[in-house]
Design a protein around this ligand. Structure first.
Ligand code: THU
Length: 138
């Protein structure tokens, strides 16, 4: 699904707003995310790091988990804001793919400038999904 420019920019603004709350005392790399659901709601997320490093979690997954825990299952787009406008990590791509590979990923920098708008299926080609599990009942 292609999103109009205004919706894209609004989602980036939400991700920028969230980013102020990033908890990143180890990497000092703050990430903000904003996830737009098919129901029209926006769930924000930030990275939450931990002294036991692997216990930390990325901003995108926080946004997805917040949404899923509120009953959401269909996602239209996610905006991700970092200082240098980079794409979501592999873990986050996989978690997003669970709920559909047509989600639009909007990648922006700390000033809100959009560097890239790309479909999740292009970020994670050949994603392992529920269809690949013969006895899955998602
Ligand atoms: N991080 C994210 O929040 N999203 C990504 O897609 C990549 C990395 C976070 C994890 C960690 O807190 C910090 O950025 C540095 O890796």
């Amino acid at each position: 699904m292609t999103l109009d420019d205004n919706t894209q920019q609004q989602l980036v603004e939400s991700a920028m707003h969230a980013r102020q709350w990033a908890y990143a005392p180890y990497s000092h790399y703050s990430v903000g995310a904003a996830l737009l659901t098919a129901s029209g709601k926006v769930y924000e997320g930030i990275n939450v790091e931990n002294a036991a490093y692997p216990s930390g979690v990325c901003a995108e997954r926080v946004a997805v988990y917040k949404a899923v825990s509120e009953g959401e299952r269909e996602f239209v787009a996610i905006a991700v804001v970092t200082e240098n406008a980079v794409a979501p990590c592999g873990f986050c791509r996989q978690v997003l793919a669970e709920f559909g590979v047509d989600t639009t990923v909007i990648i922006a920098n700390g000033e809100g400038q959009i560097a890239c708008v790309i479909s999740l299926k292009d970020l994670l080609p050949g994603a392992f999904r529920s269809e690949d599990l013969p006895r899955a009942t998602p």
